[in-house]
Design a binder for this molecule. Sequence first.
Ligand SMILES: NC(=O)c1ccc[n+]([C@@H]2O[C@H](COP(=O)([O-])OP(=O)(O)OC[C@H]3O[C@@H](n4cnc5c(N)ncnc54)[C@H](O)[C@@H]3O)[C@@H](O)[C@H]2O)c1
Ligand SMILES: [Zn+2]
Length: 339
Amino acid sequence: VIVVPVPLAERGYEVLVGAGVRHELARTVPPSAARVAVVTQAGIGVEVDPGREHRVFEMPDGEEAKSLATVEDLCRRFAQWGLTRADAVVAVGGGIVTDTAGFAAAVYHRGVSVVHVPTTLLGQIDAAIGGKTGVNLPEGKNLVGAFWQPRAVLCDTDVLATLPPRERRSGLGELAKYHFLGGGELDALPLDERVAACVAIKAEVVADDEREAGRRAILNYGHTLAHAIEIAGRHDLRHGEAVAVGLVFAGELAHRLGRIDDGRLAEHRRVVAAYDLPSTLPPGLPDDELIELMGRDKKALDGITFVLDGPRGVETVPGVARSDIEAALDAVRSEGDRS
Ligand SMILES: NC(=O)c1ccc[n+]([C@@H]2O[C@H](COP(=O)([O-])OP(=O)(O)OC[C@H]3O[C@@H](n4cnc5c(N)ncnc54)[C@H](O)[C@@H]3O)[C@@H](O)[C@H]2O)c1
Ligand SMILES: [Zn+2]
């Protein structure tokens, strides 16, 4: 078992990584909890034993289920069962479950303890770590939420065996990102060490900037273009696949701005290829549309702000010129899709 501490100002906690760590659940649930509400989805099939009276509450699958309606439904079922403020919630699932159940835990009785048991690769290295919880509105993703740190996170690598290949690929895109956030040659490590290395990077950044005042933005490396690709639609890329394209784009942009050398740019392409992830945009997404989506809500008068690699590592870079963005987009277009 690898133990990664998350040293927060008010109350730090531990992330346990390894085969079978879900069996540590009973000792990570606070002693005050007489009952535990286990929130999961029907298709996951990961059983946990919180070591006290518990009941399983299933929630539906998919991004549409990450909603206030699901939070209300969960809270009502908790109340009907008699879950008290001293009790606890355990979320067993991917990012959809940990975000939704985490937010329900943050608001039920003004906050009850939660332990996350992430069951997707993306959940283990990203979504379940860091205390951001929340749900979507029809107007946009993650618009309602709270910072609510878990008591513990149990990343049991055994449960990844049943993950559908598409979901694994999505997680690999996020894994590729950590190579450039100080992870180095992560692909050479065994799975548990790789997961633990990503968790350690995220934990360090979160501990440094718990409420996302600044530095936490580097965790969005590769995400500016990825989000634009996701919002534009008209393709079937998963989040992590869009992040992979976004990483190559960010490498090209940083290279163009003289922030990284040829070798570091090649490293971006090598890592993405090593995970068998896409490095080109889906066809038919014009520059104008992608640039407008990337610039949205950023209120930049002179160019868009990006998260880019450079001599000091990955950091926020404001005021990137449109001509550089267009050139970098061109570098991630497939042959027939260039302007
Ligand atoms: N809070 C954060 O900091 C943060 C960070 C990144 C992403 N997220 C959120 O995470 C969500 C995406 O999470 P995701 O990629 O884990 O998707 P997901 O939660 O939808 O899980 C993917 C699918 O795999 C199934 N599944 C989960 N574990 C399984 C297992 N072990 N075996 C078989 N099937 C399994 C799920 O039921 C689901 O159908 C998004 O809503 C995103 O906004 C949050
Ligand atoms: Zn992501």
